[in-house]
Design a protein around this ligand. Structure first.
Ligand SMILES: Cc1cc2nc3c(=O)[nH]c(=O)nc-3n(C[C@H](O)[C@H](O)[C@H](O)COP(=O)(O)OP(=O)(O)OC[C@H]3O[C@@H](n4cnc5c(N)ncnc54)[C@H](O)[C@@H]3O)c2cc1C
Length: 485
């Protein structure tokens, strides 16, 4: 099949009966329910977008010859890296980078996984069947162009003991097996995109202790698998709101859900790791993190560029050219430029692994995992500081369209330099939806945590990710000079 259209994506969601809960309601049709329809429509538009920008977003799959989304590509040349980068950029523009989990995010992880089947098979090939299953699933992902959600983090119960796993039966673990597959029970957080996904996957995250083999699992299952339940957070979608009034919330709520596996059967051909802790703890060796970070940083760049445009126009509309505002806008421009530098340098300095698979330069992207989690909240703060009360003096579409109110609004709520009341309201409503709405609060949490916290990422930089060679050499040189005195 290859790349789907938006309508095919929506049809797929309508066909399956899943357990998606929002508030006290189990929602059958996520494409039409007021709390979910806006997100579904935007995601559909992003499926259409891959056809609209086919030159950038699609490539010819080497096995099927079908036009396939570039995020499924296992790059085999430097040109492949550039093409994929262009496609990811186009896809991110579909939500101005505000939706973090458009399907290309997970596709990139799976193409990274599938680029290194030997890592899944294990050092002696003892998990060859799991590796074969993974490759087949990745092929299916691209050919059927399905939308995938994932949960890899264990729910918090007691932070003093959660890491030991054994005896803590809450995280997903194997409780049995049949001729058809393994039975898993427990929960995982936090399935972003769940209502809009066709399949759910679990795979290795933080390393686990050797005795926790029941928790050493990787698999994928369709969302309509019996026993699989998703408890969505409160909708931030502004149901029924006018698109002018809530331009971001009404379009870009991708949802997040607590995922329960109530004795779920995972068919054997969908099991990628079954109890092998050593293989589970080694999955980073596939190199998938670099591919994922390339996608997430490209998406973040689009969001930063959008935020910079928004903040700059806000300042112009209220004639704010004060030094403090120019400084904050300049700061935002620095975030944009540094992020662009990282993304483009990573592609420019891409390199070939021994097996012929091409990777962006991970060293250029690594710092972004920590820094974007700090910069993104600061961007919201900058927009808030520039906006002040103007973020709330924003007539709605209904007020603007009222014949009695409109002349008064035109007279008293226009902007500097003859900016119309309409544009002023549109820009500041967008800004408030970006920083102050329920979806904005969720976006703030997302940016701080979706790649784990900045604190953990900084620690990882220091604990082996960052190459210290030159710094140590410089110090050794200087110490030698001191000794020579
Ligand atoms: C909106 C949103 C969407 C998400 N979507 C998904 C998803 O689709 N799939 C998925 O699997 N997961 C998802 N997650 C979960 C995400 O991966 C986790 O939130 C993340 O890994 C951090 O884990 P935690 O929330 O348990 O916080 P913790 O890691 O426990 O962090 C809590 C606090 O403790 C601090 N801390 C923790 N450990 C250390 C340490 N070693 N040193 C210093 N400080 C530390 C952190 O800095 C932070 O301030 C999502 C999270 C959010 C908020």
């Amino acid at each position: 099949m290859g790349a789907r259209t938006g309508e095919e994506f929506l049809d797929g969601l309508r066909k399956t009966s899943r357990e998606i809960w929002v508030d006290g309601e189990r929602i059958d049709d996520v494409t039409s329910h007021p709390k979910l329809a806006g997100g579904a429509a935007t995601l559909a538009s992003i499926f259409d977008r891959q056809h609209q920008y086919a030159d950038e977003c699609l490539y010819t799959h080497p096995d099927t010859g079908e036009a396939t989304n570039v995020s499924h590509m296992i790059p085999r040349s430097h040109e492949d890296l550039w093409k994929r980068h262009a496609g990811l950029t186009r896809l991110s523009e579909g939500s101005m980078g505000i939706m973090g989990r458009t399907p290309d995010y997970m596709n990139m992880k799976y193409s990274g996984f599938a680029s290194a089947p030997d890592v899944w098979a294990g050092p002696d090939g003892r998990n060859a069947k799991g590796a074969e299953n993974l490759l087949a699933f990745q092929r299916y992902l691209g050919q059927a162009d399905i939308s995938l959600t994932h949960t890899i983090i264990n729910p918090t119960v007691d932070k003093r003991t959660d890491g030991t796993l054994v005896g803590n039966n809450v995280p997903v673990h194997k409780v049995g097996e049949t001729a058809d597959g393994i039975i898993v029970r427990g929960a995982k957080v936090l399935a972003t995109l769940a209502p809009y996904a066709d399949e759910q996957t679990v795979y290795p995250a933080l390393p686990i202790p050797p005795e926790a083999s029941a928790y050493a699992l990787a698999f994928a299952v369709p969302l309509d698998t019996p026993g699989l339940k998703f408890l969505c957070r409160d909708s931030a979608a502004a149901p029924g709101a006018n698109l002018f009034d809530r331009p971001i919330s009404a379009r870009f709520d991708e949802q997040d859900a607590f995922c329960i596996f109530d004795d779920v059967l995972i068919p054997w051909d969908r099991v990628f790791i079954d109890g092998d802790v050593e293989i589970y703890n080694n999955i980073r060796a596939t190199g998938f993190i670099v591919h994922m970070t390339a996608q997430s940083t490209t998406r973040a760049l689009t969001k930063l560029e959008f935020a910079y445009g928004l903040a700059t126009r806000m300042a112009e509309i209220i004639g704010d050219y004060t030094p403090s505002t120019l400084e904050m806008l300049g700061e935002l421009a620095c975030y944009v430029r540094m992020t662009r530098n990282a993304v483009e340098l990573a592609v420019e300095q891409g390199a070939e692994r021994a097996d012929g698979v091409w990777f962006p330069n991970g060293a250029a992207l690594d710092p972004m995992r920590a820094m974007l989690a700090i910069w993104m909240p600061r961007v919201n703060e900058i927009i808030t500081l520039i906006g002040g009360h103007n973020l709330l003096t924003t007539p709605t579409r209904g007020q603007l369209d009222d014949p009695e109110l409109r002349p008064l609004i035109d007279e008293m709520l226009h902007g500097a330099d003859d900016v119309s009341a309409d544009e002023r309201a549109a820009v500041f409503r967008m800004a408030w939806d970006f920083v102050g709405s329920s979806l904005a609060g969720r976006g703030f949490l997302y940016e701080r945590f979706y790649l784990t916290s900045a604190a953990r990422n900084k620690q990882m930089m220091q604990m082996g990710v960052f190459d210290q060679t030159r710094s140590r050499a410089l110090l050794a040189d200087m110490l030698a000079r001191s000794r020579a005195l």
